[in-house]
Write a protein that binds this ligand. Structure first.
Ligand SMILES: *[C@@H]1O[C@H](CO)[C@@H](O)[C@H](O)[C@H]1NC(C)=O
Ligand SMILES: *[C@@H]1O[C@H](CO)[C@@H](O)[C@H](O)[C@H]1NC(C)=O
Ligand SMILES: *[C@@H]1O[C@H](CO)[C@@H](O)[C@H](O)[C@H]1NC(C)=O
Ligand SMILES: *[C@@H]1O[C@H](CO)[C@@H](O)[C@H](O)[C@H]1NC(C)=O
Length: 425
C-alpha cells in the first residue's frame, strides 16, 4: 500500500464477461503436468469435519488478509487474498502470462486438465444466457473487481492439499482459474491470486461439498492484533452461541442479510433500506452517501467541545482526528469515542438482528498517532447503493456463511489463536 493515500480496496466481483472468443489464450499449455495422481480425492464421507487455515494480515497498515494454499503435484504454496465477495479462486499463471503482477511465488504452472465450456462450473462464472462456447473444450473467464482490478484466464483442475482438523489429509481435484492477464486495481497486493469464497457454485467450498468432503460453510475470525483463521465446514463453532440471520434471496450474488436500518448509539436514525453485504476482501466498511453523511455528522457532533481536532493533513483516511498526545491504540481513543453503531436487519421477520460496531470496528490509529474513521463513502468509490461490511468491522468475532442453511452468523470470539483439535493420527 502506498503511504499517505486513501487505500481504496474492495475485492468484490463486479461482473464477469464472457470472453470465449479471446484470442490471447492459446491452448498450448505445454509442459503442463497431467496431475491425475492416484492419491487424489479420498472420496470418503467426511462431512462433519472441517478444514482450518491460519490467516495473516491486518486492516492497517497491511490492508488485506492472506491464506496459504498448497496446490499442484507436488504441492506448491501460494499466498491468496481471502475474499468472500467473489466466487472464483485463481492464481497468476504461466499459460504463458500476458500480464502478471509481481508475486511472492513463481507463476503457477497449469495442468492440462481443462474444464469444458459446458461444465456447470463454467456456466456459473458467466451471466446466464450470455455465453457462447466458441472453444467447447475450455472455459474462459474474466472477473473484474470493484477496485478496478481484473483477471482473465481459463479454468483448469488441479490437486489441492488440505487437512481436516482431525489430521486426516485430503487431496481433491478442484477447478481454479489460471489467470494469464491481470490488471491491478487501485491498491495492489503482492499476492499470488485470490481465494474466492462467495455463494456461487465455482467457489472452492461449494466444489468440496459436491465431492462430499465438507459442508458448504465458510467462516473467518480476524484478529484485531492481526492474523486469525479461516475455516470450511461446521465443526469449529457452537451454533447455539451464534447470532444467525437469513441470507437475502433477493441479492443472491453476495453474502447479504438483506436490508438494514442504521442505528447510532442505540437509536434508529431513520436511514433504512441499506443493502448490506459482508466482504472479507474489503479492508474498510463502506456506507452509501446518505448513511456516511449521517455517521460523520453524528460523530462530529459527539466530539464537539472535546479536545480532539480534525487532522486533514493526515491522509491515511478521509477523516482523522488528532489528540493532545498521539494515540497508541483504539482503546486509548475510546475516551472520546463511545458510540456503538449498528445495522439492524429486518430480513429475519419479527425479530430484528443487530450487527453492532463498537469503536474498534470502525476506527484505526494511523502511523501518525491520529484516530481515523474506518467507515468510508461507498458512493464515492462507485459502490452506488451497496453497503459493505469490511474486515475492520468483522474483527474479533467469527463471521460464518452457511450456504446450506442460507444463513449468515456472527459471534464474539478470540481470533488470536487457532482453535485446538485433537488429532487422531
Ligand atoms: C499422467 O498420469 C498417469 C496416470 O496417473 C501417469 O502414469 C503418468 O506418469 C502421468 N504423466 C505425467 C507426465 O506425470
Ligand atoms: C502471507 O501469509 C504467509 C503465512 O501464511 C506469510 O508468511 C506471508 O508473509 C504473507 N504474505 C504476504 C504478502 O502478506
Ligand atoms: C497437513 O498435515 C501434514 C502432516 O500432518 C503436514 O505436513 C502438512 O503441511 C499439512 N498440510 C497443510 C496444507 O496444512
Ligand atoms: C459521497 O460521495 C458522493 C460521490 O462522490 C458525493 O456526491 C457525496 O457528497 C459524498 N458524501 C459525503 C457525505 O461526503
Amino acid at each position: 500500500m502506498r503511504k499517505g493515500q486513501v487505500n481504496v480496496f474492495i475485492l468484490l466481483l463486479f461482473f464477469s464477461l464472457s470472453s470465449a472468443s479471446d484470442q490471447r489464450w492459446r491452448k498450448a499449455m505445454m509442459s503442463a503436468y497431467n496431475g491425475s495422481s492416484s492419491s487424489s480425492s479420498m472420496m470418503m464421507n467426511r462431512v462433519g469435519s472441517s478444514i482450518l487455515f491460519p490467516v495473516h494480515g491486518n486492516v492497517y497498515p497491511t490492508g488485506y488478509y492472506n491464506v496459504t494454499i498448497n496446490i499442484g503435484h507436488p504441492p506448491k504454496p501460494y499466498f491468496l487474498d481471502l475474499d468472500t465477495g467473489s466466487d472464483l479462486t485463481w492464481l497468476q499463471c504461466n499459460a504463458p502470462c500476458v500480464h502478471c503482477i509481481e508475486a511472492p511465488h513463481p507463476l503457477y504452472q497449469p495442468t492440462n486438465d481443462l474444464v469444458a465450456c459446458k461444465d456447470p462450473l463454467c456456466a456459473a462464472l458467466h451471466p446466464p444466457g450470455d455465453y457462447k462456447c466458441e472453444s467447447p473444450d475450455q472455459c474462459d473467464y474474466e472477473v473484474e473487481y470493484a477496485d478496478g482490478g481484473s483477471s482473465l484466464g481459463v479454468l483448469v483442475r488441479d490437486i489441492f492439499s488440505l487437512n481436516y482438523t482431525n489430521g486426516i489429509r485430503l487431496s481433491p481435484r478442484l477447478a481454479l482459474g489460471c489467470g494469464y492477464d491481470q490488471i491491478p486495481g487501485t491498491s495492489n497486493h503482492p499476492l499470488d491470486g485470490i481465494l474466492g469464497l462467495g455463494r456461487g457454485k465455482s467457489s472452492i467450498v461449494s466444489q468440496l461439498q459436491s465431492q462430499g468432503l465438507v459442508r458448504n460453510v465458510v467462516g473467518h475470525c480476524l484478529s484485531g492484533i492481526g492474523g486469525g483463521f479461516l475455516f470450511f465446514g461446521d465443526g469449529v463453532y457452537d451454533s447455539s452461541h451464534v447470532t444467525w440471520t437469513p441470507m437475502s434471496q433477493e441479492f443472491t450474488r453476495y453474502y447479504s442479510p438483506g436490508s438494514a436500518e442504521f442505528h447510532f448509539g442505540g437509536k434508529a436514525t431513520g436511514i433504512k433500506n441499506l443493502i448490506v453485504i459482508f466482504d472479507s476482501g474489503s479492508s474498510y466498511t463502506y456506507l452509501n452517501s446518505q448513511a456516511y453523511q449521517a455517521v460523520t455528522v453524528l460523530l462530529k457532533k459527539e466530539l464537539s467541545g472535546r479536545s480532539l481536532k480534525e487532522a486533514p493533513e493526515d491522509q491515511t483516511l478521509p477523516l482523522c482526528w488528532k489528540g493532545q498526545k498521539p494515540f497508541r491504540s483504539v482503546r486509548d481513543a475510546k475516551r472520546y469515542f463511545k458510540t456503538v453503531l449498528s445495522l439492524a436487519f429486518t430480513n429475519s421477520g419479527r425479530r430484528k438482528t443487530q450487527f453492532e460496531l463498537h469503536p474498534e470496528a470502525y476506527l484505526i490509529i494511523s502511523n501518525k498517532g491520529n484516530v481515523c474513521l474506518g467507515i468510508l463513502n461507498g458512493t464515492q468509490v462507485g459502490l452506488q447503493n451497496l453497503n459493505v461490511i469490511g474486515d475492520i468491522s468483522m474483527q474479533d468475532r467469527m463471521v460464518i456463511y452457511d450456504n446450506e442453511k442460507q444463513v449468515i452468523g456472527w459471534s464474539p470470539a478470540n481470533c488470536d489463536n487457532l482453535p485446538k483439535f485433537r488429532s487422531y493420527m
